[in-house]
Design a protein around this ligand. Structure first.
Ligand code: TK8
Length: 359
């Protein structure tokens, strides 16, 4: 009798110790996840929730939390939350919620409030956005700002309204440059046969085909793994993304092709927008524009530093002015090929704006 009682007590003690141990390991793992850098909750993203007092609005971006786009999103959060107690902003980076295209679809369904994608995948919703993908069109950031912040940019923002979206501001992804794991690229001949990942955009695909590459469209969220596994030889993105996404770990060569300037566009779900008060809408609208200016400034600062750092981590190849002209001439027919699909009037207006601000 005594023996079995002792056995029972010791078994109960073992069970108690075991349960205590489980509790601490669970809490420590929760502790780690709960301290996400954006101050957001650790649980899986839920749909936009409208509590009694505070409404939570989530932002989804594809780049990580080192990128100037994330810095801009955190500035937006700071601006909104400093002006009202009834809105809370949660920033989800690195495609945690969705890639660019899927995030836009979530806005259309009203299951996500904000995303700030590149304009290129947007052509799948709004063909007119293809104007920004016409190679070698915008010559520098100064002209980019004037075109986007002027009447043409306002007109393009309005185009998203037919898609259940509210276009609030232009942010900056930047001038795109080619990287690859095979060889230095100084001329068109060096591009021959390279498997280049492009954004999901037919104009980009055609441009790289015209240059002799073997392009494949892919969401940004799949890109690092595809380069790591050799599914693609190369990709093209602005220097901040190449550096801050650690592409140098899986790419050996970078060239200053500067072949396209890609904007980011700050989009809000129309369904959710309509549930906000006019005061909330005004706060969000102003914050999106102001945070966009901050994002642009940071992107340009980082781009300069990024190129210098990449030169230490990768083989940098300068494309000469003569070769740059050959790149331009080779892809020039793309403009006429896509003029009708984009809209001849939009294309003409776009180039007129560029011309106006380039002189
Ligand atoms: C990030 C993307 C990325 C873009 C791409 O969401 O897909 O290469 O340049 O920055 O929008």
């Amino acid at each position: 009798m005594k023996k079995s009682l002792t056995l029972l007590i010791s078994m109960m003690m073992v069970v108690a110790l075991f349960l205590a141990g489980c509790g601490s390991s669970t809490s420590s793992s929760q502790g780690n996840e709960g301290s996400s850098s954006n101050g957001g909750s650790s649980e899986a993203p839920s749909s936009e929730s409208a509590g009694e007092e505070v409404r939570t609005l989530r932002i989804s971006i594809g780049v990580n939390d080192k990128h100037p786009e994330y810095e801009g999103a955190m500035k937006f959060k700071e601006l909104v939350e400093s002006q009202t107690d009834d809105l809370k902003i949660e920033v989800y980076h690195s495609g945690q919620i969705a890639d660019d295209r899927s995030a836009v679809e979530m806005l259309q369904f009203g299951t996500l409030a904000i995303t700030i994608p590149s304009t290129s995948p947007m052509v799948n919703f709004i063909p007119e956005f293809g104007v920004f993908d016409l190679p070698f069109s915008i010559p520098n950031e100064e002209v980019a700002d004037k075109v986007l912040d002027g009447p043409f940019g306002d007109k393009m923002l309005k185009l998203v309204e037919d898609q259940g979206l509210v276009g609030l501001a232009w942010w900056e992804n930047g001038f795109r440059n080619l990287t690859n794991s095979k060889r230095p690229v100084a001329s068109i001949e060096d591009v021959e046969g390279l498997k280049i990942r492009t954004m999901e955009n037919q104009i980009h695909l055609d441009a790289w085909k015209a240059l002799g590459a073997n392009p494949t469209p892919m969401a940004f969220t799949e890109l690092f793994t595809a380069m790591q596994q050799g599914t693609v030889d190369g990709q093209e993105n602005p220097y901040p993304t190449i550096l801050l996404s650690n592409f140098y770990e899986v790419q050996d060569h970078v060239s200053n092709t500067n072949h396209v300037y890609t904007p980011f566009i700050f989009l809000f779900s129309q369904k959710i927008w309509d549930e906000l008060t006019p005061e909330q809408q005004e706060i969000i609208r102003e914050a999106a524009v102001e945070a966009g200016k901050f994002n642009r400034q940071r992107n340009r600062e980082v781009a300069q530093e990024a190129l210098e750092e990449l030169k230490e981590k990768m083989t940098f190849t300068e494309v000469s002015p003569e070769e740059y002209k050959r790149f331009q001439e080779t892809v020039a027919p793309i403009v006429d090929k896509y003029k009708d699909e984009i809209g001849a009037e939009i294309v003409d207006e776009y180039f007129a704006e560029i011309e106006k601000y380039s002189n």
